[in-house]
Design a protein around this ligand. Structure first.
Ligand SMILES: [Zn+2]
Length: 405
């Protein structure tokens, strides 16, 4: 008997975890050595479902794919350790991954069928991701309330524990079967039945009874290409997601010392309070900047027919320094040359009052910046710039050096 390469053991029994097979072809790909077997329980990537992983003779299988001729290739982490007279190898499926895919994939059949049942919304796309799974529905809009009705329906079907069976049907017979979606392949067609609820042409892996899916939870709704994309998690993924969400909620509740059910209202209150506090703080900052500007102005010396105010800070935002400069120059015959040291460097602003038309703030600023190795520009009445960090006395020295005499 020569190998029937497309004989997929998973077709017959999706619960097969270990099998024996003969290696019928080997090759070296860019990603490593690959083998073909006379039969395999490894599922190759297809139909929106990722491939299985596992081992062949304890060598990790890292990818499985099917080629156009129906041949299934297993990419190995390293060469198989075969003795010269060895005919068969042992394959083992990574069962946690396989069962997870069975739960998600069967859950998808049920969810798609429930969306037809409740809202007459057909599924046009499916993706089994490493975290969430999605289906794309032909439905213009879907609210959470509408999605919850489907969730109730589909979990009822899960808990009824209906048998999930596989039937091979010829092209001629297929018309007799009430398929939810027409088959994408020709020849023998594999139909997956959920007893009394759904029939779909599908080559993927599924559980034997709907109860094994455990739970189906819709986790996201978004508009997508004129329809809706629905994210969901089944079985162990739903449990893990519930665990994660509950832990987050409990942490927030503990941190804020607020009961879980009171959180939405409390957060709204906290946000409103923060807004009021923020606004009050701004008012205080403005008043403080005004007071400081007045104090600086009165203390500043007169030179070259103007009051020259020089200052350097290390503890405030540049916006605040600029506001102080503007406030200072509301006084007549005033020049302000101010600096602040921030994490990114030294920032300078030079401003003068409107009545000092002959004084160029840009020229004064640049002279100070030249001494500090920086750059800047602006208008004759106000200019700003930056330089690398320097010691405070060097900055003050550069500012004083640039003042008109
Ligand atoms: Zn399927």
């Amino acid at each position: 008997m020569e190998e029937s390469v497309s004989h997929l053991l998973y077709y017959a029994d999706a619960s097969l975890r270990e099998f024996r097979a003969r290696v019928v072809a080997e090759r070296v790909t860019e990603r490593g050595p690959a083998v073909r077997l006379n039969q395999t329980a490894f599922y190759p990537t297809s139909g929106g479902q990722p491939h299985d992983t596992g081992t062949l003779e304890n060598v990790p299988v890292v990818d499985v794919w099917e080629e156009d001729d129906g041949a299934i290739w297993h990419l190995l982490e390293s060469e198989l350790p075969l003795s010269s007279d060895q005919e068969e190898v042992t394959g083992r499926i990574n069962w946690a991954r396989r069962f997870d895919h069975m739960q998600q994939h069967t859950g998808q059949h049920l969810l798609s069928a429930a969306f037809v049942e409740v809202w007459d919304a057909p599924t046009v796309g499916f993706h089994l991701g490493s975290e969430a799974c999605t289906i794309d529905l032909e439905i213009p809009n879907l609210t959470w309330e509408a999605a919850f009705r489907v969730e109730d329906e589909v979990n009822r079907v899960v808990w009824e524990n209906r048998p999930v069976t596989v039937q091979f049907v010829s092209q001629a017979e297929i018309a007799e079967i009430p398929l939810r979606k027409p088959p994408a392949v020709e020849g023998q067609i594999r139909v997956v039945w959920v007893k009394g609820y759904d029939a779909s042409a599908c080559g993927g892996t599924h559980v034997g009874h709907t109860g094994e899916v455990g739970l189906i939870k819709i986790t996201g709704l978004e508009r997508y290409k004129g329809g809706m994309r629905v994210a969901f998690r089944c079985g162990a993924r739903a449990l893990l997601d519930y665990r994660r969400a509950l832990r987050l909620l409990q942490e927030v509740s503990t941190d804020l010392s607020i009961a879980e059910d009171e959180l939405p209202e409390a957060i709204e209150r906290i946000q409103a309070e923060a807004k009021v506090t923020h606004s009050a703080l701004r008012d205080v900052q403005v008043t403080l900047a005004d007071c400081e500007a007045d104090r600086l102005w009165h203390a500043a010396p007169e030179q070259a027919g103007m009051r020259q105010v020089v200052a350097h800070w290390e503890d405030r935002a540049f916006d605040q320094v600029r506001a102080t400069a503007s406030r200072l120059c509301e006084h007549p015959a005033t020049l302000a040359l101010l600096a602040v040291t921030t994490e990114k460097g030294v920032r300078l602003v030079c401003a003068r009052s409107d009545d000092l038309g002959e004084v160029d703030a840009v020229a004064i600023l640049r002279e100070a910046l030249d001494a500090l190795g920086g750059r800047g520009g602006g208008a004759p009445a106000m200019a700003q710039g930056g330089a690398p960090v320097s010691p405070a006395d060097a900055i003050l020295g550069a500012l004083h050096q640039a003042l008109p005499t």
